[in-house]
Design a protein around this ligand. Sequence first.
Ligand SMILES: [Zn+2]
Length: 65
Amino acid sequence: MPLELNTTTKALRCDVCGGIIKTKPIVVKTCCNNKPWTFCSNRCYTTWMRDWLRKQEQARTKAKL
Ligand SMILES: [Zn+2]
């Protein structure tokens, strides 16, 4: 029997807390990353965004030196 894959019900995992997303996920793509980031909630998205911005700022500071 072939395995049916339904993308709408496929379990997605949150990239921040690792929890399985049951509701509509928040999917984000960044310019320097081909893999989209998936978040279960706005809270996880904010947590990731803060971290991501810090990394961007660090990379910029390093490039200047
Ligand atoms: Zn999460």
